[in-house]
Write a protein that binds this ligand. Structure first.
Ligand code: TXA
Ligand code: MG
Length: 384
């Protein structure tokens, strides 16, 4: 069974981080660790076998590249160094990223750096790309792990491919039980959604994956006023093109084409300005359950009302049980709680969950990006 580390005392936390750093340096088995966005499944990015194991453990397609986590700018610059370069030669991060790094690092932002001719990184990290995604996480445990190990840490989210990303150590243990030996427990992730992936090497610069840093925040930075949001493969319901941003032709984040973030249950996503489903509508979605009593989920955000006792009773009499929750009302709350709430629906045996969507501004762009990928049905405003 995986070892859980405890955060009950700082010296124990320190020891656990040193143990994890040692594993990264000497073992081919990846280590799970907390970041402020989601938990990561990490390996030394230069250690080929360990990086390959990440793909095996997650069941991840080989063409989907990994993000490299660093604890300092110096570690980030080292990724630009060809193996053949003299150790005294310095390499600079492209200037376009300076305002973003100043503002958002450490934090939920991943930048694409050009790969040097002769990179030390395992080729599995960057897959088919000519760039490498790099991020300096804000979680103290993640930072300490990168600094203590002195390694660039390649890490995708520590979930089974396709499931919602893990925002607690427990989620990691449930998904990767017996496939990992060590999980650093750093509590619940405060951001709750993955980092924003930006490409400043393309012209205009682009957001490849909306995430913890918003489009509005990026657009406010010098050189990023014209940033575009990429439309994604597989359907016209992506967040790309929101807020007046056009779509461009630069390379995309390969991971965005895969089905993602989905609980096993069906997801019905209601766009803003659609009506809250009535009890009759809720009940009509409960068909297909093999058990006598069907469980339905309802996740509210800003407008929907909690069902009253009479409505709950009406459903109960028709063999429908409700699992209801609020994701919160602010973008931050909704981001933080979303993945945990989706996982809870599966844990409670829900067959279909009805989710109240939000506007696609600020945190809403990333929230709705994940929800649209999870959704089996998107309910739009009825024409009047
Ligand atoms: O917040 C996060 O980013 C978390 C934590 C653990 O840091 N990590 C994470 O990793 O979400 P992952 O592997 O689940 O998602 C990485 C995304 C994928 O969509 C991938 O295609 C994209 O980043 N990506 C990574 N390197 C890339 C590259 N060189 N070019 C284009 N896209 C890249
Ligand atoms: Mg992921």
């Amino acid at each position: 069974d995986p070892t859980f580390t405890t955060s009950s005392s700082s010296s124990q936390t320190g020891k656990a981080i040193l143990l994890a750093a040692e594993r990264l340096r000497s073992s081919d088995v990846p280590v799970a660790f907390p970041t402020e966005t989601v938990y990561g499944l990490g390996a030394d990015a230069t250690r080929d076998e360990a990086v390959r194991n990440i793909f095996t453990i997650k069941g991840r397609p080989a063409d989907n590249p990994l993000i490299v986590h660093v604890g300092s700018l110096k570690q980030a610059r080292e990724l630009l160094r060809p193996t053949t370069a003299s150790p005294t030669e310095n390499f600079e991060i492209p200037a376009i990223y300076k305002p973003l790094i100043d503002k958002f690092w450490p934090g939920p932002l991943t930048i694409l750096l050009p790969l040097p001719q002769n990179s030390k990184l395992s080729p599995h990290v960057y897959a088919t790309q000519t760039t490498v995604g790099v991020r300096m996480p804000a979680h103290p445990v993640a930072l300490a792990l990168a600094l203590a190990s002195k390694l660039p840490i390649a890490a995708p989210s520590a979930n089974k491919s396709g499931l919602p990303s893990p925002t607690t150590a427990k989620h990691v243990a449930v998904d990767l039980y017996k496939r990992v030996e060590l999980i650093l427990d750093g509590g619940s992730c405060v951001v709750g959604l993955e980092s924003t992936v930006v490409d400043g090497l393309s012209n205009p610069p682009a957001i490849l994956r909306p995430g913890g840093v918003s489009l509005e925040q990026i657009r406010a930075c010098e050189g990023w006023e014209g940033v575009i949001v990429h439309k994604e493969d597989g359907g016209g319901n992506s967040g790309g093109g929101a807020n007046g941003a056009a779509s461009g032709a630069a390379p995309r984040a390969p991971g965005m084409k895969y089905k993602h973030y989905s609980p096993t249950c069906g997801v019905r996503l209601y766009l803003p300005n659609t009506d809250q489903p009535t009890v009759e509508e809720l009940k009509s979605t409960a068909f297909g359950s093999d058990s006598r009593v069907a469980r339905l989920g309802v996740l509210r955000t800003r407008q929907w009302k909690e069902l009253d006792d009479k409505q709950v009773e009406w459903l109960r009499e028709r063999n429908v049980e409700l699992v209801e929750d609020s994701l919160g009302t602010t973008g931050e709350e909704i981001s933080r709680r979303l993945f945990g709430a989706l996982r809870r629906m599966d844990d409670e045996g829900v067959v279909v969950v009805h989710i109240e969507g939000i506007e696609e501004d600020m945190e809403g762009l990333a929230v709705m990006n994940r929800l649209k990928k999870a959704a089996s049905v998107v309910i739009r405003r009825r024409d009047v």
